[in-house]
Design a protein around this ligand. Structure first.
Ligand SMILES: *Cc1c(COP(=O)(O)O)cnc(C)c1O
Length: 355
């Protein structure tokens, strides 16, 4: 996941409150039971009934013809660009996008693609900025073949793109002949926070995916959806990259369980994030971005504590979080309670008081 891990400290106390990432959730006992009961087959040959049912379920959820189960969200992004672009092609995204900064250069290393990072507040670029980045096809410039957005925008603060902007950028992209790709690592957070259905958010986008191993609380897995022809091509890349699996119904069962039980409850994570942000905002000198979903970005420097010092002090008190791109990111999730938020706020106040 996208964070700068704190240096391991053998003397640090055990972590009691884990705000590092929604990837840190542990499968619940009920989820583990669902996994143990899963009907399984050979996923690679299309014979795993639990995976097949998940593919149909996610295709319907995202309003697409087909879907494929992959080991990670990163592999969703990588197979999507590999299935769509050719070497030398240009992909347009926000400059903080996961595909640009957090996937080890996969799109350049494996596909030979270049990604243009657009500016814009909160991890989002405007329709005007997108239009300004488009250029006519010529032998001089790289062919522009894809535009990608993150819903929600992670480094942007877990922000939700307005539906009208999503629709307008997708339409402008199609008009210019680009494929449209939605990185939906936290799409279900956006859907729950707005009551706009995931398929509606993804409607203008040729490909879209959701991650089960973030706020949904499953241990492994992400599903990429699109047209049948696109998914056929993604399958080729999944095979090439070694992403085809065997009795993957064991992990797909956790994803079914997550869709059944862990979607609506994302609202609790959002309420906890709002409570954390509201409490931090009351501490003089702490600069906090108002959260849209489950990510809270803040800077304590104005209160006399540098960000990395705050991270280290909290770690000494059993709270784990990290700096991300110059700010502290706190992430609420399944294993974070309202009481833990209260305790974290009390500890931040104590650290600021002592400084
Ligand atoms: C986490 C994340 C990914 C990658 O997903 P993994 O399952 O960690 O590979 C991609 N995009 C965004 C916005 C993310 O937050």
């Amino acid at each position: 996941m996208a964070y700068t891990p704190a240096p391991p400290d053998p003397n640090a106390p055990p972590v009691r409150i884990n705000l590092l990432s929604d990837t840190q959730t542990r499968p619940t006992p009920a989820m583990r039971e669902a996994m143990a009961r899963a009907a399984v087959g050979d996923e690679q040959t299309g014979d795993d009934p639990t995976v097949n049912a998940l593919n149909e379920r996610v295709a319907a959820l995202l309003g697409k013809e087909a879907a494929v189960f992959l080991p990670s969200g990163t592999m969703c992004n990588v197979t999507a660009t590999l299935a769509t672009c050719r070497p030398g092609d240009e992909i347009i995204a926000h400059r903080t996008a996961h595909i640009l900064s957090r996937e080890g250069g996969a799109h350049a290393a494996l596909g030979g693609f270049q990604i243009t990072g657009l500016d814009g507040d909160d991890g989002q670029f405007s329709l005007d900025a997108f239009r300004a980045a488009l250029h006519p096809r010529s032998r001089y410039e790289p062919p522009q073949t894809m535009v990608s957005v993150e819903q929600t925008a992670n480094i942007g603060g877990g922000t939700i793109w307005p539906q009208a902007t999503l629709d307008a950028i997708a339409a402008a992209g199609k008009e210019a002949g680009l494929a449209t790709h939605m990185d939906g690592a936290r799409l279900m957070n956006a859907a729950v926070a707005t009551s706009i259905a995931a398929h509606e958010m993804a409607a203008g986008w040729d490909s879209a995916w959701i991650d089960f191993s973030k706020g949904l609380g499953a241990p492994v897995g992400a599903s990429l959806a699109g047209s049948r022809a696109f998914i056929d091509e993604v399958w080729r890349w999944k095979q090439r990259l070694g992403g085809s699996m065997r009795q993957a119904g064991i992990i797909a069962a956790a994803c079914h369980y997550a869709l059944d039980h862990h979607v609506e409850r994302l609202a609790e994570d959002h309420a906890n994030a709002r409570a954390l942000a509201a409490g931090l905002a009351q501490i003089a000198g702490v600069d906090v971005q108002q959260p849209h979903t489950n990510l809270v970005f803040f800077r304590p420097d104005g209160a006399g504590v540098a960000g990395d010092a705050m991270v280290a002090e909290l770690r000494q008190r059993g709270v784990l979080l990290a700096m991300m791109d110059g700010r502290i990111r706190a992430c609420t999730h399944l294993d974070v309670s309202a009481a833990m938020i209260d305790e974290t706020l009390a500890l931040v106040r104590e650290i600021v008081r002592k400084a």
